[in-house]
Design a protein around this ligand. Structure first.
Ligand code: ZN
Ligand code: ZN
Length: 477
């Protein structure tokens, strides 16, 4: 009792740690296509993220974070709804959208008094696909835009707010084409005259590199949209058995590194603009009452498994992303901390809603990352039909059947599946399903339970010929 009285007596003499505001401002930054292991924050040799690096002492950094899909629209839809891809809408790449009936985090936060602003860079994450839902202010780039376009209006909007606000800011600075004009064009490797540099400057050429061989004769196959419009087959850039490598140009390891250097220059550009956004919030004081999440919607294979995109495969290369929680509203208890507990795209909604002092909408998956105590597992759905479970040590993948196949679950249950043991094979190069039979059986059963528990969404994107045409010319659809 004396000890307790002593504590109470001291309480008003010791300065207390400032308490986080009851409804902090919330900022979600999505750096499109950012593969965690290319960032210096995550140990990359090139200094690609100097601004995010200097945030580390005032941030909680997730070292094992994953996107829930390998494609922009699908992953961002999960990030904003906390639901898995097939639950949100009909899981067809060419018809996927965030339907009106989905409850987005912007809608949920506006119901508890937040002003909401979306500053998205267009492409696949635009109002046509339902991404404006719940944002009272929404601005989008016409094409695949940069943070250079989305940060200034976001800052202007934030400055006008008087009550709590939620803003989402997004940019495609490191997305294909990997080489973009500007002062950061050749930040890490200058070889302007080389073939690979030319390919990096063009929107759709690096995707014609398969297993290090450039195959200009690779022709994109097409499928028919329900509108009758012909569009690109999303499976195009998976490795095709029909390709004859002897017909192409073999690129050297220095060439492939040049391609990665262009991607890394894009990271540096994104880091520059995100750094400017953070500095301005600090200068105006808005930072003090704000909780910030910085993450991404997918990675990029960069030839690790023989392709130069993200849509063809579900691996760590295409789905391991940053997850950084920071801002003045982050409790001191989490600042300067790193966690290797698994985090995924479904965790964004519960983390934001909990920070706002409320609960997530019914049916939301995921966990508040500021309270993780147990490892958890990650479930993912790839745009060409892959379903994966990722644990701290293994990845198990079922693929080869579109998610829209009416018998998908039965086929997934029957297999075959591929298993990677990340302890001995972090690059995911060797299938050990037949060697680790018990692990395969357990993870396969968990994946089946996950797939069986999902009620598929039925909404489909209404046809828009202009949209199809625009994305088709950009190398999509
Ligand atoms: Zn993306
Ligand atoms: Zn170059």
């Amino acid at each position: 009792m004396i000890w307790l009285v002593g504590c109470l007596a001291r309480a008003d003499t010791i300065p207390l740690e400032p308490q986080p505001p009851e409804q902090p401002n919330l900022l979600l930054i999505s750096i499109d296509g950012l593969r965690a292991d290319r960032m210096s924050l995550y140990g990359a040799e090139r200094k690609t993220t100097p601004n995010l690096d200097r945030l580390a002492p005032e941030a909680m950094v997730g070292d094992a974070a994953f996107s829930s899909s390998n494609e922009s629209a699908l992953s961002h839809a999960v990030m904003l709804t906390g639901r898995y891809v097939p639950e949100i809408a009909w899981p067809d790449y060419t018809e996927f959208l965030v339907p009106d009936e989905a409850l987005t985090v912007a809608e949920a936060l506006s119901q508890v008094g937040y002003a909401t602003g979306g500053f998205l860079a267009g492409g696949h994450v635009r109002s046509d696909f339902g991404f404006a839902q719940g944002f009272s202010t929404f601005e989008e780039s016409a094409d695949f835009g940069s943070f250079r376009e989305t940060v200034p209006p976001a800052l202007a909007w934030i400055e006008q707010q008087e009550g709590p606000w939620f803003a989402m800011v997004h940019g495609y600075d490191l997305h294909r084409p990997y080489a973009k004009a500007g002062v950061l064009y050749h930040s890490f490797d200058a070889r302007d005259e080389s073939l690979i540099c030319q390919l990096c400057r063009e929107r759709n050429q690096t995707e014609r590199i398969f297993d290090g061989v450039y195959l200009p004769q690779h022709v994109r196959s097409t499928v028919e949209h329900h509108s009758g419009k012909v569009m690109s087959d999303p499976t195009n850039y998976a490795r095709g058995a029909e390709l004859d490598a002897s017909q192409g140009t073999r690129l050297s390891s220095a060439d492939l590194d040049h391609m990665r250097a262009h991607y890394d220059s894009g990271i540096l550009a994104a880091d520059f603009y995100v750094g400017a956004l953070i500095d301005e919030l600090k200068r105006t004081g808005a930072w003090d009452d704000t909780l910030v999440i910085i993450t991404s919607d997918h990675g990029e294979d960069l030839q690790d498994h023989g392709v130069s995109n993200h849509r063809a495969l579900i691996h760590d290369s295409t789905t391991r992303v940053p997850f950084i929680v920071t801002g003045g509203a982050l409790s001191m208890a989490y600042q300067g901390k790193r966690t290797d507990l698994l985090i995924d795209g479904t965790d964004v909604v519960p983390t934001l809603m909990r920070a706002a002092g409320t609960v997530s909408p019914a049916g939301t998956h995921g966990r508040n990352v500021l309270g993780l105590g147990t490892p958890g597992v990650v479930f993912q759905q790839g745009v060409t039909g892959q379903s994966a479970i990722r644990t701290p040590t293994h990845r198990l993948v079922f693929e080869g059947v579109p998610l829209t196949d009416p018998d998908y679950r039965t086929k997934a249950a029957a297999g075959p599946v591929v298993l990677y043991d990340l302890r001995s094979d972090p690059g995911e190069t060797r299938d050990v399903a037949k060697e680790q039979v018990e692990t395969t059986a357990v993870l396969h059963a968990m994946l089946n339970v996950h797939l069986g528990a999902m009620e598929y969404g039925t909404s489909r994107l209404p046809q828009s010929l202009e949209l199809i045409e625009m994305l088709h010319t950009r190398g999509y659809w």
